[in-house]
Design a protein. Sequence first.
Length: 277
Amino acid sequence: MRYFLFVIATFWAALAHAQDQPDPRLVRAADEVALAYVVTGDEELDANSEAGLRGLSQVMAERTTVEPGAPIGIDLDQDDLSLLTFLYWPVTDNQPSPSPQAYVRLNHFLRSGGVILFDTRDGDIAGLGGPDGGGALRRLAAPLDIPPLAPVPEDHVLTRSFYLLKDFPGRYQGRAIWAEAPPAGAEAAQGVPFRNLNDGVSPVVIGGNSWAEAWAVDDNGLPLFTVGSGLDGERQREMARRFGVNLIMYVLTGNYKSDQVHVPALLDRLRQEEVIQ
């Protein structure tokens, strides 16, 4: 009898220990600063998300000191988000809402410094048949503790966290993106950015420019999707890549670029950008 009880106790101790161990994929993602995307169940869309974050990771490794590992797909109903920093969430009309427990994890992720990029992929103002993700976004985001949002202004940290940018195109362009609004009265402190509880980083960024498709590359590093046409299209793709770099640097470093000590470096970069343009 004692032997039987010992076996049972050992079994439950081993099971509890196994449950306490973090998922090796997530440990790897945290260790390698891997970018993560929400698995929607749409195989084509999920493949595009993976290819998009793979392309953005390659650009980050080529142009910055950040070298992300291979992207990771996240099942919101199963996976722990505590080891992640960034989550790309493409919105689909028929995407099921996560479970209540998943929303508990998502809200903890947002409160602890994580950032979600919601991409409704409906920025096709040229009439090429893009989806309308507004209703689905409202449904999916309703249980989240999201602060008041506002269109990203011209002087937002996202416009200068690495490159100096005027807009944020993806495969589509021309649509505003939204982030946490400054608190009332913040504009009174001219030249001094407000700081929220997330170290000045908005917990969510929302837009519809289909960024993953603009970043996406195949196994040979070649673009998977057309962006615009001719030289203008390649210019737009380059701007999409720069937005991706800015976004990840913003997520990783907060609004340190707003510090006045960086003004000379920013001016030098501005001069370089003007020469390129």
